[in-house]
Design a binder for this molecule. Structure first.
Ligand code: NAD
Ligand code: TYD
Length: 332
């Protein structure tokens, strides 16, 4: 099988590419990535010399390039996105371009080239905040912020290509991922690396917001399953079955690092901050998937990775990243 993976230099996409090339000796992967601030070819060192792997530097909005990269593919797996809620609050433009128009460009290429499978990587955030219980795939989309609104728009477009053209699409909507190689703007790697530097951990609002945490390798296994066994036109929720309040998560990280709770700094809440996400995952469980990693052990493994890979994250945090956070906090 020949796969076109987009956004494969980012966090989840790079784990997925490494997992696929390890698991399927006969597969090849073309990775099309723009290398935004979040793309990092260090994440792909393990495969860069593998003859089955090819990197194409470019934008999923570039229709001619996408068509070229997709030619001869058996499937497209689209991870490429602007992915951080706080950045989307500062400006929605790039989110609309990449997450919506970029998805449209990929769908059109898949249609023109008659690619037999298209997998869209989406998020539980499209459902908006879930006060009680857990949402199924048919639940209405009620995104709260520009990031989740752009992902919801992309999902609707993907589904419309099934209804209108019978393009064989599939969508996975996963909960919050964590693990090695995650850009240190997302809460887990931000808090681990801040704590390692004895810097404050900015906890939004009352710290009682709930996220359902999923280890990145478990999400990659779910995407693999949906790619091979999912029913075209269907959407699959992928949750970690691990709901944790942010304050509890923060204390757990500090405990693992042997750092004091005095590092926790309460800061103003994120505007439009979703209180809780929770997915009903009966559908993907019926296909044979469940998370294989226990949260506590996976978090400890993640903390260990950041401790042992300072060369990966220190350059990121000393550059553009600081400017971004300086701007964000100056606004408060
Ligand atoms: P990431 O921000 O780490 O990586 C995104 C990648 O996409 C980067 O390599 C970046 O260079 C690339 N990219 C961005 N714009 C591009 C463009 N226009 N053309 C080509 N490449 C481009 O993101 P991630 O955390 O790995 O998330 C991957 C996907 O999974 C996203 O679609 C995201 O919405 C979804 N998702 C993420 C999570 C999570 O917790 N991280 C949870 C659910 C769903
Ligand atoms: P984040 O990692 O940005 O993921 P998402 O918003 O997509 O769920 O945030 C996870 C939770 O952590 C969310 O409730 C917001 C909170 N958070 C903080 O309290 N402080 C921070 O500095 C960040 C980045 C997030």
């Amino acid at each position: 099988m020949k796969l076109l993976v987009t956004g494969g230099a980012g966090f989840i996409g790079s784990h997925f590419i490494r997992q696929v090339l390890r698991k399927y000796p006969s597969y090849s992967v073309v990775n099309l990535d723009k290398l935004t601030y979040a793309g990092n070819l260090e994440n792909l060192r393990e495969v860069e010399r593998d003859p089955r792997y090819q990197f194409v530097h470019g934008d999923i909005c570039d229709r001619a390039l996408v068509r070229e990269a997709a030619r001869g593919s058996d499937a497209v797996v689209n991870f490429a996105a602007e992915s951080h809620v706080d950045r989307s609050i500062l400006g929605a433009g790039e989110f609309l371009k990449t997450d919506v128009l970029g998805t449209a460009s990929l769908l059109d290429a898949a249609r023109e080239l008659r690619i037999p499978r298209y997998v869209q990587i989406s998020t539980d955030e499209v459902y908006g905040s879930v006060d009680r219980g857990a949402v199924r795939e048919e639940a209405p989309l009620r995104p709260s912020n520009p990031y989740s609104a752009s992902k919801a728009a992309a999902d609707l477009l993907v589904s419309a290509y099934w209804t209108t053209y019978r393009l064989p699409v599939l969508i996975t909507r996963s909960s919050n991922n964590f693990g090695p190689n995650q850009y240190p703007e997302k809460v887990i790697p931000l808090f681990i690396t801040n704590a390692l530097e004895d810097r404050p951990l900015p906890l939004y609002g009352d710290g009682r917001n709930v996220r359902d945490w999923l280890f990145v390798l478990d999400n990659c296994a779910a995407i693999d399953l949906v790619l091979h066994q999912g029913v075209p036109g269907e959407i699959y929720n992928v949750g970690g079955d691990t709901e944790v309040e942010n304050i509890v998560l923060t204390r757990q990280i500090l405990r693992l690092l042997g750092k004091p709770e005095s590092l926790i700094q309460s800061v103003a809440d994120r505007p439009g901050h979703d209180r809780r996400y929770a997915l009903d995952c009966h559908k993907i469980r019926a296909v044979g998937w469940k998370p294989a990693h226990e949260f506590g052990a996976a978090l400890a493994e993640t903390v260990r990775w950041y401790r042992e890979h300072e060369a990966w994250w220190r350059p990121i945090k000393s550059g553009e990243f600081k400017t971004y956070y300086g701007k964000q906090y100056a606004d408060r």
